[in-house]
Design a protein around this ligand. Sequence first.
Ligand code: GLN
Length: 477
Amino acid sequence: MHEVFSLSLLEIHERLKNREFDVKDLVLYVLENVKRTEDRINAFITLRDEEEIISEAEKLDASYPDYLLSPLSGIPVAIKDNISVKDMPLTCASRILLGYRAPYDATVVKKLREQNALIIGKTNLDEFAMGSTGEYSYFGATQNPVVPGHVPGGSSSGSAAAVAAGYAFYALGSDTGGSVRLPAFYTGTVGFKPTYGRLSRFGLVAFASSLDQIGIITRSVKDAELVFSHISGYDPKDSTSYPVESYSPEKLDVRILKIGVPYALLEKVKEEEIKSSVLEAIEKFKSYGIEVKEVSLPHAEHSVVVYQVVSTSEASSNLSRYDGVRYGLRIEGDDLIDTYFKTRGEGFGKEVKRRILLGTFALSSGYYDEYYARAQKLRRLIKENLDRAFQDVDAILLPTAPEFPPKLGEGIKDPVSLYLLDIFTTIANLAGIPAISLPTRRKSKAGFPLGFQLMSNAFSESRLFALARLFEEELDA
Ligand code: GLN
């Protein structure tokens, strides 16, 4: 059964169809991996009961071939624990949500269920998706399955680790400033974040609503595209959902597409090996006949500060709902106000409090213009830089992160320096455009996976995937 992990989702689907193996075999395979390594990886916050998973698999197998409704049918998937799965605990890796169960399915989960996808469990994350290492979880850090002793990146730490460790064939995460792409880069997997509004956010716990998107972590580019095409589309339950059909790849000639590279921005890379692997990827694209030219994104270097002001401002408002009355934890105080203080004081972790304080400060009356309004102006300039670039090129190639994953316990000693890991990823969230991080399948001297990022214009996922697939197919060839 071990070769199964090298198969694409479509290939697995074909084999299920031909009964070369059954859903139960897939499930036993992932459960075996979980048993072997989850003690040290800690990818799950809630793993479904083994018997329950096996009996669901048996039920599907018993209904062969009727259960095969889509290429995702019967295939194990893991879901980040800030996405609602009906009747399962929804923790956001926070103490403040202990005891809370989701009363409904997120739209993406509903879609997965309708296709008989098999949900294995809810994955670990930085509390409320705030972080870059996975270490800000009430349930403890996740370890990188590919680089022992190091973080898997965050905030979708558990989802990336689950895919890298063979606990699921793909996973859902969320990406507000890079939380799907960063852990994908750090674990040698593929992380894709769509155009804002293209995947429903209904049932995703809000962090920074104008930036949040559900994202997909897979073992290959073609899998990411496949999953995207089966869960995207307009959702009336999400007021920011864009009224377009669900994604289906456009037919296009990839060789006429052009890639832009913001060379000046590459100076922000701190690891020489990351930089050289990005330059290598550029050379590869050229050798496949793709035209590469320089683009200028003069304001993009401010992405992190803009992101921090915008995201913490929105978070300070979004997180006001955790008051000890409506959800999860409640710590009784002398009166209502005291109950708020106690519940929030003990329920939220350090990083979440830091963000709420920052955001509240940025929005406060005396400082609003100086911080929030200014950040919005810069956000617009970053978007305009990109609009201009996309008049000339179809995609922009850049690194995913400037540094390799820190050792467990090292990065969080200096929380602000962790913010800087997001310099290349936050650009796409601020502009609402799609982006993908993909591995080059090479490793650095110290054993870190190498990879890079591609971004395209809004709603141009077809071009983004076409170029990313070209790179992948050439690696496979
Ligand atoms: N690392 C970023 C942060 O700490 C991004 C988080 C995210 O995308 N959810 O906010």
